[in-house]
Design a protein around this ligand. Structure first.
Ligand code: NAD
Length: 297
């Protein structure tokens, strides 16, 4: 019989990743506070658990893909129903972006119960999660990395970021600071260009053939802003959380982040104007409102 894996948090990212595990022949036991999220997986044969602890009593290896550090801490450690209370679990793998602080804390608490911790944040968006082309950043001891390699490869390309809990989270925060910075700076450049009379499609084509090209100009603008769909699939509240965690980590280490601080404030403005649940491509809408233009084409 195929291995049984646990999966807690099957939303925009966790859902497609769990689907890929089923495609690869694994059996799954899932839990999410949203029945809408678990429904399609249960329809494909996944078992539905009533709590994270129940998942951890069925599966030796449990994945998490959850929104914030607080939710990861609660799901992993909560006295009533947390993964730590499961009778079978040996390894917990966190695919969420939650920063090195919570990774270190939860890893320590799980270790007291002889449960191994792996932080494994991912990059590549919902489309990468569906296609299995994510960048998968992993920190854990080398032997565990070798053992888990085959199952993690179902999600994409693996990078061993180090042995210490939280190192992969730090790599992910560095990446997401850059992705958010590209969104903010490209929105500013595009709003200025369109206000001056440039066609948005022409300007994005020029940038993408020139030295200013970046992940926002090459992907987010052509896919979700110029066509006015604003449906890239990553929430403003989550991007704000990533950049906040990054700037806080940097501050704690005495590394000033002048640009990072400004990007965090732009995300705070976007969140205040359009809500935490808005797509993070709404950053461009803030610039559109300030400039009095529409970046379309
Ligand atoms: P999401 O909100 O779509 O999914 C999170 C899921 O967790 C939801 O289904 C929610 O119901 C569930 N959940 C919340 N609280 C829970 C709890 N207490 N117990 C069980 N389930 C709970 O978010 P997402 O976009 O899938 O992001 C998940 C993580 O992956 C985040 O940390 C995010 O930063 C990261 N991430 C997202 C993207 C992206 O493009 N969306 C890309 C890379 C990484």
């Amino acid at each position: 019989m195929a291995d049984l894996l646990g999966f807690v948090g099957v939303g925009r990212m966790g859902g497609p990743m769990a689907n890929r595990l089923i495609d690869a022949g694994y059996r799954l036991c899932v839990y999410d506070v949203s029945n809408e999220a678990t429904g399609p997986l249960v329809a494909r044969g996944a078992e539905l658990a009533a709590s994270p602890a129940e998942v951890a009593s069925m599966a030796e290896t449990v994945f998490m893909s959850l929104p914030t550090p607080d939710v990861v801490r609660e799901v992993a450690l909560s006295g009533n129903g947390g993964l730590i209370n499961g009778s079978t679990v040996r390894t917990v793998i966190d695919l969420s972006t939650t920063g090195p602080g919570v990774a270190t804390e939860v890893a320590g608490k799980l270790a007291e119960r002889k449960i191994a911790w792996v932080d494994s944040p991912v990059s590549g968006g919902v489309s990468g999660a569906k296609a299995g082309t994510l960048a998968v950043m992993v920190s854990c001891p080398k032997p565990a990395y070798r053992t888990l390699g085959p199952v993690l490869k179902v999600f994409g390309k693996l990078f061993h970021a180090g042995e210490k809990p939280g190192l992969a989270q730090t790599a992910k925060l560095a990446n997401n600071l850059l992705a958010a910075t590209a969104m903010v700076a490209t929105s500013e450049a595009m709003a200025m260009g369109v206000k001056a009379g440039l066609d948005a499609k022409v300007l994005i084509d020029i940038i993408n053939a020139s030295s200013g090209r970046n992940s926002a100009s090459q992907d987010k603008f052509p896919r979700a802003i110029l066509p006015r769909t604003f449906d890239f699939g990553f929430a403003t509240g989550l991007s704000y959380k990533d950049v906040r965690l990054c700037v806080e980590e940097a501050e704690a280490m005495g590394v000033p982040m002048v640009v990072g601080g400004a990007v965090r404030e732009m995300l705070a403005v976007t969140r205040a104007r359009f809500g935490a649940g808005s797509d993070f491509t709404f950053i461009a809408k803030v610039l559109e409102e300030w400039a009095g233009v529409e970046i379309k084409g």
